[in-house]
Design a protein around this ligand. Structure first.
Ligand code: ZN
Length: 243
């Protein structure tokens, strides 16, 4: 089938030539897909304007020989509240940018689609910033890393496997490390370790209700190192936060 219908989260949108846009989508049944939407200026009044980042749409995709093209879009979810809050926008951008970088094109990942949608929904439902200290952002990122196979090791030393007290976090070795294995690890506080455990264990709805803290910010800095180690780049969404 050259035409396919799919539900998708719009992860990003950037200009392509004078009238087109290049979209990165996360679809429910085909995973990440890059696609072109043509003549957005002409179609804005009809449906091109629906393909904004963070929107969830039902799309018809045409599969050409070299690229996919969106030929129609129906809105499913518009997260209006998150667009009115800069910190909520940063939180949403962390999730969408991370998903675009962690998953290869065309690998079906229905759980990731569901995670993206529920993450955006929770952010939209009322976000307690700043984004860099928010348990919901830490949870969103750690759950995406889990789906990509990069869950940090938190229950033992990631280097020697010993169960003693963790003193540092090492992105290269994949998690917490003990006093004998410090190496390239950055020191970590017990509070930040607890924040990472909570981010893994608790559902996003519970993390949304938890207040921002310095411990979460420290944990997000470490988790961002782990993300960058695997993705090969840092998140632009966090560049102003210097995380
Ligand atoms: Zn060790």
């Amino acid at each position: 089938m050259r035409y396919a219908t799919t539900r998708a989260v719009v992860l990003s949108s950037r200009p392509l030539g004078e009238a087109d846009r290049w979209l990165t989508l996360f679809t429910r049944d085909q995973g990440r897909i890059d696609a072109v939407v043509k003549g957005v200026r002409r179609t804005t009044s009809r449906w091109g304007g629906r393909l904004e980042p963070f929107n969830v749409c039902d799309l018809v995709l045409y599969r050409g020989r070299t690229r996919a093209t969106v030929t129609s879009a129906q809105l499913v979810d518009v997260f209006r509240h998150l667009r009115e809050d800069r910190e909520a926008l940063t939180a949403a951008a962390v999730g969408c940018e991370a998903a675009a970088l962690l998953f290869a094109e065309g690998e079906p990942e229905e759980r990731v689609f569901a995670l993206l949608r529920s993450g955006l929904r929770e952010i939209d439902a009322g976000f307690h910033g700043p984004a860099t200290g928010a348990p919901l952002v830490l949870g969103f990122l750690v759950k995406l890393l889990y789906e990509a196979g990069y869950l940090p090791v938190l229950d033992r030393c990631a280097s020697c496997g010993a169960g003693g007290r963790a003193l540092a976090f090492s992105a290269a070795r994949g998690g917490l490390v003990c006093g004998d294995c410090l190496g390239d690890g950055v020191p970590i506080t017990p509070e930040a370790i607890a924040a990472l455990h909570a981010a893994v264990a608790l559902p996003l709805a519970e993390l949304r209700a938890a207040p921002p803290s310095a411990a979460v910010e420290e944990a997000l800095r470490d988790l961002h190192l782990l993300f960058a180690y695997h993705a090969g780049t840092r998140l632009r969404a966090l560049r102003f936060a210097r995380l």
